[in-house]
Design a protein around this ligand. Structure first.
Ligand code: G3H
Length: 530
C-alpha cells in the first residue's frame, strides 16, 4: 500500500496553526498562559511521512476546573438563575441564535474534522449538517413538549400544572469519532432544558470546537456553557468529587464512565446519560440475499474505518453460505480506496489514534496464532497511519478480536451451524446495543426478531446497524448505554417532571387565574408556542 501524500487541495491545506489560547468560563473567553499541548494530525502533508502539527490547546489545571464548576453553579444559582427560570421561548431564541452562528462556521469545522480525526469529506460534511438539523429538530421537539404541558389537569380535587424542568449542572464529555455530533447530541438537549453545562472536548477533535466558542459565548447567558481543555483525570475528577454535578453525560467507554461515576460522593444525586461500547453482530441466515448482506456489512463494519460504536464488530454466517459470503466480502473489502479524507471516492482514511494500527495488528496476530486466516490480499498491510482491514476467519471465542471492541479496521467472521450459537453469545456478551439480521423467510425471522429485541435495542433487518435517523431511540442494554437518546428522548433524559399543584377552591383558583392573566410566572403558562 502506498503512503504517498496526494496533493492537498488549497482549501484544505493547513496554512497556519490554530492556537486555542483561551477557555470559556463565566461568559468570558479567558486567556491561558500556562501549559499547553500540541495537537497533531496523523495525516502527513509532506511526501515523506510526518504527522502534521495543527495547533495547541490549553492544559488547564484543577483550579480552572473548579472555576468552571463554580461558573456553572452560579449560572444555575440554586434554581434561581436566569437560564433555568427563563421562558421556554426565550431559551429557544438563544438556541436559534447559536445555531445560526454555528452554520457560518461549517467550512472551518469540516476542515478540522478531516485533519483531526481523518473523517472523509462527505462524512465530515454530513456530521456537521446532521448536527445542525439535530439542533433545529430539538427546538421543534421542545416546542411540542411545551405545547403538551400548556394546560392544567385536575384529579381528585387537585389542580396540577406539570412541566419538565432542568436537573442542574451537567458534565458533558463526548467521543473522538463524532466529536461534534455526539457531543452536541448531549450538550444541546441539556442546555435547552435549562441545565448549565461544563463541556470538555474529546481527546481528538478538539480544535474544531474553537470556531464555535464565540457563538457559545454570545448566544447564552454567562456561565451557562463552560468549555475547558485538558486531561480528563485532572479536570473531570475534581469536578465529580465535588458532589455538585447533577448529570454525567458521556459518550465513550464504560471504563471512564465507571471511574467518573465512582468519584461522585452522592450516588443518588447523580443522573447518568451514557452511550458506551458495543460489539454489534451481523447474523447471516442461509436464505439471505448475499449481495445485499455483503454491501450492508461493508458499510456496517468499515464506515469511518469501523470507528463507530454502532459498527458491526463481528459477523456470524451460517456454515452453508459462509464460503461464498467470505469470497464476495473479502473481494469487496479489497476494493475500498484508502487515502486522505478529501480525496475523491475515499472510504478508508488515516486513523487518528497513533497506537491504533499496532493494536489492530495485535488482534490479527492473536487470531492467526489461534487458527484464523486473513482472507483478503490487502488485509493487515500497514502504513504509518493505517492498517488495511483484515477479514479474519474462522474466528473463535478464545480470540481477542472476538472478545474486545476493536473500534477499528478488522473484521472477525464466525461460522455457525445452529442459530442458538450467536444467540447464546449475544446473551453472554457484556453489550447489547444493536444487531443486523439478514434473511428472508418470515417463519425463520419472526421468532428470531422476537428474541433479539430482548437482547439488544434495535434489530436491523437486512440493514447495517446505525444510530440515525436521530429521531429514533438510541440506547443499549448492559454495558452499552444508560438512558435513551433521540431528539425527543434526550429532552426527557436531561430533565425531570416537576409541577405546581393546588387544591381546588375559590381562593387558589383566583390566584392561578391571576398568575395566568398577568403572565408573571415563566413556569405557569398556558401560552402555546407556535
Ligand atoms: O459511535 C457511535 C455513533 O453513535 C454511531 O452513529 O450510526 O450514525 O454512525 P452512526
Amino acid at each position: 500500500m502506498e503512503t504517498k501524500t496526494a496533493e492537498i487541495p488549497d482549501n484544505y491545506k493547513i496554512t497556519g496553526l490554530t492556537h486555542q489560547n483561551s477557555y470559556l468560563v463565566s461568559g468570558e473567553l479567558k486567556e491561558w498562559h500556562g501549559e499547553t499541548a500540541e495537537v497533531y494530525s496523523t495525516i502527513s502533508s509532506t511526501e515523506t511521512y510526518k504527522p502534521t502539527l495543527l495547533g495547541t490547546i490549553p492544559q488547564l489545571g484543577e483550579e480552572e476546573a473548579q472555576s468552571a464548576l463554580n461558573s456553572a453553579l452560579e449560572a444555575f444559582d440554586k434554581g434561581q438563575g436566569l437560564w433555568p427560570t427563563m421562558k421556554v421561548e426565550d431559551r429557544i431564541v438563544c438556541m436559534t441564535k447559536f445555531v445560526e452562528q454555528m452554520k457560518t462556521k461549517r467550512d472551518e469545522v469540516v476542515k478540522l474534522l478531516m485533519w483531526e480525526i481523518g473523517k472523509n469529506l462527505p462524512d465530515s460534511e454530513k456530521e456537521f449538517d446532521r448536527t445542525v438539523d439535530y439542533i433545529y429538530d430539538t427546538i421543534e421537539a421542545y416546542k411540542q413538549i411545551d405545547r403538551d404541558s400548556a394546560k392544567f389537569e385536575k384529579n381528585d380535587g387537585v389542580y396540577a400544572h406539570i412541566r419538565r424542568g432542568p436537573l442542574g449542572v451537567v458534565l458533558c464529555l463526548g467521543p473522538y469519532n463524532y466529536p461534534l455530533n455526539e457531543t452536541f447530541s448531549l450538550l444541546i438537549p441539556a442546555l435547552i432544558m435549562g441545565n448549565t453545562v461544563i463541556f470538555k472536548p474529546a481527546k481528538h477533535g478538539v480544535l474544531l470546537i474553537s470556531p464555535l466558542l464565540e457563538a457559545f459565548q454570545s448566544s447564552f447567558p454567562k456561565g451557562v456553557v463552560n468549555v475547558v481543555y485538558g486531561r480528563g483525570r485532572v479536570l473531570a475528577t475534581p469536578i465529580m468529587q465535588s458532589g455538585k454535578i447533577d448529570v454525567l453525560a458521556l459518550i465513550g467507554n464504560s471504563k471512564s464512565a465507571n471511574a467518573l461515576q465512582s468519584q461522585h460522593p452522592k450516588g443518588n444525586r447523580l443522573r447518568m446519560v451514557l452511550g458506551l461500547e458495543a460489539k454489534n453482530p451481523a447474523i447471516i441466515l442461509p436464505d439471505a440475499d448475499l449481495d445485499l448482506a455483503v454491501d450492508e456489512c461493508i458499510a456496517g463494519t468499515l464506515s469511518f474505518n469501523g470507528q463507530r460504536c454502532t459498527a458491526l464488530k463481528v459477523i456470524y454466517v451460517h456454515e452453508s453460505v459462509v464460503e461464498e459470503f467470505n469470497r464476495r466480502f473479502s473481494y469487496k473489502v479489497d476494493q475500498l480506496k484508502f487515502g486522505n479524507p478529501w480525496e475523491e471516492g475515499v472510504k478508508l482514511t488515516p486513523l487518528p489514534e497513533v497506537d491504533k494500527p499496532a493494536y489492530i495488528q495485535e488482534l490479527i496476530d492473536d487470531a492467526v496464532e489461534k487458527g484464523a486466516a486473513i482472507l483478503n490480499d490487502k488485509g493487515g498491510e500497514v502504513t504509518e497511519n493505517f492498517i488495511y482491514p483484515a477479514v479474519l476467519f474462522p474466528v473463535s471465542k478464545e480470540m481477542r478480536v472476538f472478545q474486545e471492541e476493536q473500534f477499528g479496521p478488522v473484521i472477525p467472521v464466525v461460522s455457525f451451524k445452529d442459530i442458538e450459537e450467536p444467540l447464546d453469545d449475544m446473551a453472554e456478551s457484556n453489550y447489547g446495543q444493536q444487531v443486523s439480521l439478514f434473511g428472508k423467510n418470515v417463519h425463520t425471522l419472526a421468532p428470531l426478531i422476537d428474541t433479539l429485541v430482548n437482547l439488544v435495542c434495535r434489530v436491523n433487518l437486512n440493514s447495517s446497524c446505525q444510530r440515525g435517523p436521530d429521531v429514533y431511540p438510541f440506547t443499549g442494554r448492559k454495558d452499552s448505554a444508560y438512558g435513551t437518546l433521540s431528539v425527543h428522548d434526550a429532552l426527557r433524559s436531561f430533565s425531570i417532571r416537576t409541577f405546581v399543584a393546588s387544591k381546588d377552591n375559590a381562593y387558589n383558583k383566583a390566584i392561578l387565574n391571576e398568575l395566568l392573566d398577568k403572565k408573571v410566572s415563566n413556569f405557569i403558562s398556558t401560552d402555546y408556542i407556535l
